[in-house]
Design a protein around this ligand. Structure first.
Ligand code: FES
Length: 161
């Protein structure tokens, strides 16, 4: 199940604009990846339900195309918004701090698979820039200190809720 947040609102709006048509599946998956940074099981299920398609079909289409990021995310997922509003508010500095502190690269996971780091291009919350999402919690007006602490707590806390 996708969390009820701005990202889901954006995806819903996009699917509605495309009349939930199967012929728009590729565009919808592109949009979902833009919004969430990667495509995971819950996104496939959600899109499949909305378009009334078997989830296996949606997964099959996504795995066929190399431009989709299907890498199994780590136990915890951090996504930084690198859209314009967040970028000018120095989100890149926070991303770099995460990379350095946790030894992880954008688009990848830590060696122990506990943390994955992704990017998105706008989650529709520009007024709260810079935005970083830690395990589905959108942190607006994020600072390096707040985000690093939140990621540390997530890693110490174990599994994602
Ligand atoms: S650019 Fe980050 S929320 Fe819009």
């Amino acid at each position: 199940m996708l969390k009820d947040d701005n990202r889901k609102v954006m995806l819903d709006k996009f699917m509605k604009e495309h009349n939930y048509e199967e012929s728009s599946l590729l565009e919808i998956l592109h949009k979902a990846q833009d919004i969430y940074g990667f495509l995971g099981k819950n996104i496939f299920t959600y899109v499949a339900n909305a378009l009334q398609l078997p989830p296996s079909h949606v997964v099959g289409v996504a795995t066929f195309y190399s431009f989709f990021k299907l890498k199994a995310p780590g136990e915890h997922v951090v996504t930084g918004c690198l859209g314009t509003a967040c970028y000018v508010k120095a989100v890149d500095d926070i991303m770099t701090a995460i990379e350095q502190d946790f030894d992880v690269k954008r688009g990848g996971s830590t060696a122990d698979s506990k943390l994955s780091l992704f990017i998105t291009r706008c989650i529709g919350a520009c007024a709260m820039a810079p935005n970083i999402i830690v395990d589905d919690e959108v942190i607006g007006k994020a600072t390096k200190e707040i985000v690093l602490e939140r990621v540390r707590l997530a890693l110490e806390g174990g599994h994602r809720s």
